[in-house]
Ligand binder design. Structure first.
Ligand SMILES: Cc1ncc(COP(=O)(O)O)c(C=O)c1O
Length: 361
């Protein structure tokens, strides 16, 4: 099977093997040293010397943790959004009583730093800016460095959803002054679902002291006190921790610069390949994602039929469009453990499947 959705991604054999290990005491010596190693390795991938916490949940739990640990009900939140995941971050802010202002861009377009600057000038009471590094629903990567520059200049907290990008697309947590960055295990980290990770800056800790949004499971004051003794507050997904540790070892061995180059090369290959089949890309080509490519359903193409034909006849699993893009696009995931050979297989299968799904060049 060629699983090409934007997570869960296929896991390398070393990761699957690590995951199959026997349980150990999650408050014992051996687990402490594994957790410590995972945390240190995550800091390398995050490009931070600050705190990073491992949480047992999917990425969305990490997004919630980012919000509730830094903000209070009534706080002004500027939620930048140009897709389903930007909207999700905004909804979490609203669910906990934040005064959310959505800075909306057309789906498929990037978030513009200039517009963020203007929105912050227009409403100085805003406390935090939310940004999605890679908008997985549209195949667009946002310029977090530029957005951070305006947010930090205005003295705001910057909370980043890097769930689909961390470890695959460059994100320099410290250099770009990102206060909170969220990721999870089943995407760039090439592991099964089960863990999220969240980085937390000094400014985030300052905000944490007065943040009043309700929290218990995700309370980072507790997470920090347990981390100091090599533990998590609650029972962690031990097998997922084994898996992520093995994946991080592989990532660090390959080296971030080489991974980023490989991702860029593979995404170029996908984009050129789909265009050569007569298809059109969905997202703005000035800021294409290196981990997912969204393709328009043009020329009579029925994307749902295409997904079925690809799966049933060619054993290639692609993703459809989300929310308002349902039935309008299909998406090819190329993150985590991915090689050129798998993309060749996707393109060759697409070539055969497209006419069967109504596509007429
Ligand atoms: C950018 C982004 N944010 C958030 C999520 C949600 O992550 P999860 O499904 O692990 O909760 C995803 C999942 O695809 C994502 O791509």
């Amino acid at each position: 099977m060629n699983l090409r959705i934007p997570g869960p991604t296929p896991c390398p054999d070393q990761v699957l093997k690590a995951m199959g290990k026997q349980m150990i005491n999650h408050r014992g010596k051996e687990f402490r040293s594994i957790l410590e190693q995972v945390t240190q390795r995550l800091k390398i991938v995050y490009q931070t010397t600050g705190d990073v916490f491992v949480l047992t949940c999917s990425g969305t739990g990490g997004m919630e943790a980012a919000i509730v640990n830094t903000l209070s009900p009534g706080d002004g939140i500027l939620a930048t959004t140009s897709g389903a995941f930007g909207n999700r971050f905004a909804e979490i802010g609203e669910a906990f009583g934040g005064r959310v202002q959505r800075l909306q861009f057309e789906w498929g377009k990037p978030v513009e730093a200039e517009a963020v600057k203007k929105a912050l000038e227009d409403d100085p009471s805003i406390k935090a800016v939310l940004v999605t590094h890679n908008e997985t629903s549209t195949g667009v990567t946002n310029d977090v460095k530029a957005i951070s520059a305006v947010a930090k200049k205005a003295g705001k907290l910057l909370l980043v959803d890097a769930i689909s990008s961390l470890g695959s697309i460059d994100l320099q947590t410290d250099n770009w002054k990102c206060d909170v960055v969220v990721t999870c295990s089943q995407k760039g980290l090439m592991s099964p679902p089960g863990l999220a990770a969240v980085s937390f800056s000094e400014q985030a800790w300052q905000a944490q002291k007065t943040a009043k949004m309700p929290r218990y499971n995700w309370d980072f004051a507790k997470a920090r006190s347990f981390q100091q003794k090599g533990e998590t507050p609650w029972t962690p997904a031990v097998s997922a921790v084994y898996a992520v540790n093995a994946a991080l070892e592989m990532i660090i061995q390959e080296g971030l610069p080489r991974i980023f180059q490989r991702q860029a090369r593979i995404s170029r290959m996908v984009r050129e390949g789909v265009k050569s089949l007569g298809l059109e890309l969905f997202g703005d080509e000035k800021c294409p994602s290196d981990i997912i490519t969204a393709v328009k359903a043009t020329n009579g193409l029925d994307p749902k039929k295409l997904l079925n034909v690809m799966e049933d006849k060619y054993d290639v699993i692609l993703a459809g469009g989300q929310q308002k893009l349902d039935g309008k696009i299909f998406r090819i995931g190329h993150l985590g453990w991915v090689s050129e050979k798998e993309i060749e297989n996707v393109l060759a299968s697409l070539k055969k499947a497209l006419p069967e799904a109504g596509f007429n060049k």
